[in-house]
Design a protein around this ligand. Structure first.
Ligand SMILES: [Zn+2]
Length: 298
């Protein structure tokens, strides 16, 4: 424990960091997921990754709730089992916030110019948000300012067919229709935040449903030297897990997402090149710090 604390303090100093969040260790979590292989619902690797996330959550959280549901996998034209994982801290507290992300990866890389039928490795789209939430576990455990926290890993987010929202975000939609009380009053979703060239504009559904939360987070980022990352301009409107949370569960939730994921002018999103090489510990560090700083202010 002592060694761990020393390490994180040192890393925070190296980064000029603001909190003890360890971007390097988060990056190891990202690499570990990619090394497992694609985490496609219905696959063996999906089960391995599920158990790994649950084991880590159980080390730190008060309660870990595994919410099983059936998801439709349109690429395989099959119904598969899927699992939302909810790591709950201060379980009985009715004043709560939620940090969430998706942990599954996409069955087919339809935007890949060479291998559109191969699966997406999901370093950024799946592993990056999961890595940040896993690295948050020890800090949330030690954190106490009278607010409960849910760290939630959504499953079956990325199984839709491009052009239709229907089979995207199945896990968050299931949760929104079958919430586990006590419900959080607000939340932050993170997705595709590992991009080595991180920039997070204001996503439009976020400003539509939770403008106050957008203001809080962007002000906090600016105050802490991250105005160059959290851009005060409108980004694209994205159908992501925050939409069912806002629309159905009525939990005001914003999405921190860098949808512009490229390298040397070429798109990496939904391609076989969604790899750790195009992500960075520094990007995970910035997002982890902002989440912790925002949590402190609640
Ligand atoms: Zn995706």
């Amino acid at each position: 424990m002592k060694k761990l604390l020393l390490g994180t303090v040192l890393i925070a100093q190296l980064f000029g960091g603001l909190t003890p969040f360890d971007g390097f260790r988060a990056f190891e979590y990202l690499e570990k997921q990619v090394a497992m292989g694609p985490r496609i619902p219905g696959s063996e690797t999906h089960l391995v990754c599920r158990d790994w996330i649950v084991t880590l959550c159980r080390e730190y959280a008060d309660t870990v709730i595994i919410q099983e549901f059936s998801a439709y996998q349109p690429f395989a034209r099959d119904t598969v089992a899927a699992w939302n994982i909810i790591a709950r801290f201060d379980s009985g507290n009715s004043r709560r916030i939620m940090f969430s992300t998706h942990w599954d990866t996409r069955p087919e890389a339809e935007l890949d110019p060479f291998f559109p039928k191969k699966p997406v490795p999901g370093a950024n789209d799946g592993a990056s948000g999961t890595a940040v939430l896993l690295e948050l576990l020890p800090y949330i455990k030690d954190f106490s300012n009278g607010i409960g926290v849910d760290l939630v890993f959504w499953d079956a987010e990325d199984m839709g067919i491009a052009g239709s929202n229907t089979y995207f975000c199945q896990g968050s939609e299931y949760y929104a229709r079958n919430p586990v009380p006590p419900l959080p009053q607000k939340g932050i979703l993170i997705d595709m935040i590992g991009d080595a060239e991180l920039s997070v504009p204001v996503e439009l559904n976020s400003s539509r449903y939770a403008p106050d939360l957008v203001a809080e987070v962007w002000d906090m980022a600016a105050k802490n030297g991250y105005a160059h990352v959290f851009l005060r301009k409108a980004g694209p409107e994205i159908y992501d897990d925050h939409v069912p949370l806002n629309r159905i569960a009525k939990i005001p939730t914003i999405n921190l997402i860098d949808f512009h994921y490229t390298h040397a002018g070429k798109n990496l999103w939904h391609t076989t090149r969604d790899l750790p090489a195009y992500c960075s510990p520094r990007s995970l560090q910035i997002i982890g710090e902002i989440l912790l700083l925002w949590l402190e202010k609640q």
